[in-house]
Design a protein around this ligand. Structure first.
Ligand SMILES: [Mg+2]
Length: 266
């Protein structure tokens, strides 16, 4: 059992966590979604997806108006009306794309802004409508690497010199301002929300991939959902009792983790 002295907040990854890796369904998590809604416990989506992809999903999940973190922490939405600025710079998406495009004289890669919806659909397996939402980017860019491994190291160095960081996603690479991360966006969100709540919030985080590790290290209780990634999810927190590794994948594992930390009738 966990510390319930403070209000709870749940933060979750989507693909492979709340949503099934293959079918994108969440049936197994539905009872918990209803319980959280009844108890007014906020559920914050923290994903590499764009805001344009997350908003309709929030509606389907019954989470409209809840805060969310999009584009791996480069976008932070507080509620239906309010956006927070998750990084110190004010690099617009178009300026970021221009900056990245200049590197195409030295390296071979294709950024999403140079692809059509049809092309993104073809390389990602997303439907055309989903590809259109995935391309509505605001603060980070996605690219397909087409150069050698050696060139990749040089590419990464050049990005770092320009204050940009590179994150590996499921299929593609994500480029974002260096001071953006899921963890940093969550810290900023918690500062804002705990000020409103008048004190500390107890957080439970759920994720299945290496890109969730910083988020899972920063919450009070971490659920590592069994995933398909070849790389393990390595956490560095010392409080091993507050980490739970699920036996099940996706929404079944999500529900299992919630059961572990919160008895269903609390
Ligand atoms: Mg995932």
């Amino acid at each position: 059992m966990i510390d319930r002295q403070h209000p709870l907040l749940i933060v979750t990854d989507l693909d492979g966590s709340l949503l099934d890796h293959h079918s994108y369904r969440w049936d197994a998590a539905q009872p918990w979604l209803e319980r959280l809604r009844q108890q007014l416990i906020p559920l914050v989506i923290c994903s590499s997806k764009t805001a344009a992809e997350i908003v309709p999903l929030q509606k389907q999940l019954g989470l409209s108006g809840s805060p969310f973190i999009a584009e791996n922490g480069a976008v932070l939405q507080l509620n239906s009306e309010q956006r927070l600025q998750p990084h110190s710079g004010s690099l617009s998406y178009s300026a970021l794309c221009q900056q990245i495009s200049r590197l195409q004289t030295q390296f071979h890669f294709t950024p999403f802004h140079q692809l059509s919806d049809v092309e993104v659909s073809a390389v990602s397996g997303l439907t055309l409508a989903q590809a259109e939402l995935a391309r509505q980017r605001e603060a980070s860019e996605v690219l397909i690497w087409r150069d050698s491994e050696g060139a990749f190291a040089a590419f990464q160095q050049q990005l770092a010199a320009q204050n940009l960081s590179l994150l590996q996603g499921g299929r593609f690479w994500h480029i974002l301002p260096a001071d953006c991360s899921k963890q940093a966006a969550l810290a900023q969100l918690l500062t804002t929300l705990s000020a409103t709540a008048g004190g500390k919030l107890t957080t439970i985080g759920l994720g299945d991939g290496p890109n969730d590790a910083t988020m899972l290290d920063s919450v009070d209780y971490a659920v590592v959902i069994k995933g398909y990634s070849k790389q393990p999810v390595e956490l560095h927190r010392p409080d091993k009792d507050n980490i739970y590794f699920t036996a099940h994948y996706g929404p079944e594992g999500w529900s299992e983790g919630m059961d572990y930390f919160l008895t269903p009738d609390t």
